[in-house]
Design a protein around this ligand. Structure first.
Ligand code: CO
Length: 493
């Protein structure tokens, strides 16, 4: 376990979360090539390069095979371990996949060169993590069990530590606290890191977003409590909704006995200069809304990305004047649905149900996706589902609640995927199968050479700083009364 006198490690997120959070996941492999060797030299303990929305974005927008990106980055940055973000049984999608698909995905990822898999589940349900953790370990890679941080009466330090102990029992090599909304405050970070270390004996890393400007203070508290590593990026793919800038973090730690001293200021500056060029090239996809520090998230306890889409949706439903009512309904819906965290896709489901409750009366119009949560189809919720709401879901859907692991209900799919690929004259490899399972159209197009137009290098930013659509703002069909609309699904990573 980490020695409290040893310098803290930094993992760098510029090539994954940095551009996912600040530039709609549009950085291409080509744009990464000049900077990756410099990042490899800088002395980071890890480089996050893959997973999250990057796989979807590579296929959908960039005309890239995501596995090729991983192999290429491994070649140009061979010294530093590479990290990816994996959504447990959901892989990098929004719904569960059968075990054989998850296993094949993890094996392909390991073979393509990923060293550390950050494995999480939106509900913190261990059952949704089992297969991914087991396969990562069997592939000889590092399984970092991620604890999704949120606030609610059931999300106490004690309960998070219990979940951490479960992850340790399942064989995770280390743990991390994943603060995707940027709401983790220093005192809680201190308590979490010290108790997780004490109870599990594992190294604990911390991954914060600087959305509300808290990340640096929270990291210092976590480092004082014995955090193994914290995650930073490099400007301009840092701060705001991304991770804090590396040099900023080093400066904030001056005088702290755990300050890392091996970083070369000139090298960090050279990295920044290369990234400035890319940021400029991607300016069509960047937005002042993501760059600024905004404490709305702390006040409202609603992820920033969720809020902007939420307002658009209210306007489209002529409910703009009901924003306060809907906002106040959100905790009611979360409570009834077992205090689920507000992360993709639960944020959208809870937001929509809150609108329905305000428009038609509480639970008078029960959206199918919210019913599925009440039925346990997304996994075990952190708190208990309101029994009346669950009974109503059973009655409306004519289905019984799922009591065990949701993935146990899914039949193996790899054989049928292989058959389908063969029938469509596509390569019958495990890589092709797992990509096809998640993104059939895009994968098929890619292998047939139908590539999307290259990322435009925009002259102007979108008007009024509007957020560009990225893979993190995918559309989800929502029907309210006699109206049907495409709601944007905001990804919180
Ligand atoms: Co993140």
């Amino acid at each position: 376990m980490t020695d409290l006198n040893q310098p803290v490690f930094f993992n760098n997120t510029a090539l994954r979360d940095g551009h996912q959070s600040l530039a709609a996941t549009r950085m291409t492999t080509e744009q990464m090539l000049p900077v990756a060797p410099l990042l490899d030299e800088a002395g980071f303990a890890g480089l996050e390069t893959w997973g999250g929305a990057t796989i979807d974005s590579s296929l959908r927008f960039l005309g890239e095979n995501p596995f090729d990106r991983l192999r290429t980055l491994k070649k140009v940055a061979p010294k530093t371990p590479q990290l990816m973000l994996l959504r447990g049984q959901n892989i990098v999608q929004y719904t569960s996949f059968p075990d054989d698909v998850v296993e094949a995905f993890v094996r392909c990822t390991a073979e393509a060169g990923c060293d550390i898999l950050r494995i999480f589940d939106a509900l913190n349900d261990p059952a949704n993590l089992e297969t991914a953790i087991r396969t990562t370990l069997a592939s000889g890679k590092h399984a970092r069990g991620e604890i999704c941080y949120t606030t609610s009466p059931v999300h106490t330090v004690e309960n998070f530590v219990k979940f951490g102990c479960k992850l340790a029992e399942m064989g995770c090599n280390s743990l991390a606290i994943k603060d995707m909304s940027g709401i983790l405050i220093p005192s809680v970070a201190y308590a979490l890191v010290s108790q997780l270390r004490k109870e599990t004996g594992l190294d604990v890393s911390v991954h914060c977003h600087d959305t509300a400007g808290l990340a640096v203070a929270t990291y210092i508290a976590a480092i004082d409590a014995g955090a193994y590593a914290v995650e930073t990026s490099v400007c301009p793919f840092a701060n705001g909704t991304a991770q804090p800038d590396t040099f900023r973090m080093i400066s904030a730690l001056e005088g702290n006995k755990r300050v890392p001293t091996h970083f070369d200021k000139d090298l960090l500056q050279a990295i920044r200069e290369k990234l400035e060029v890319v940021y400029e090239e991607l300016k069509q996809f960047t937005s002042p809304n993501n760059e600024r520090t905004d404490s709305d998230i702390l006040l409202l306890q609603i992820p920033g990305g969720m809020l902007s889409n939420f307002r658009t949706q209210l306007r489209e439903l002529n409910m703009a004047d009901k924003e306060m009512e809907v906002r106040n309904e959100i905790p009611e819906v979360r409570k009834a649905l077992g205090w689920i965290p507000l992360v993709t896709p639960t944020s959208q489901i809870v937001g929509t149900q809150a609108m329905l409750n305000v428009k038609f009366g509480r639970w008078k119009n029960f959206a199918p996706a919210a019913r599925d949560i009440a039925l346990g189809k997304y996994g075990k919720t952190p708190g208990a589902i309101d029994p009346e709401v669950r009974d109503l879901a059973v009655k409306l859907s004519k289905e019984e609640p799922v009591l065990g692991r949701p993935a146990d209900l899914l039949s193996p799919r790899m054989d049928s995927l292989r058959a389908e690929l063969a029938k469509n004259n596509l390569p019958v490899t495990d890589e092709a199968c797992v990509l096809y399972a998640m993104f059939p159209q895009q994968t098929s197009d890619w292998f047939q050479g139908k590539r999307p137009a290259p990322t435009p290098v925009a002259k102007d930013k979108p008007k009024d700083g509007a957020k560009p659509s990225g893979p993190q703002s995918r559309k989800m069909k929502i029907t309210i009364g006699d109206r049907s609309l495409d709601a944007l699904v905001e990804e919180v990573a």
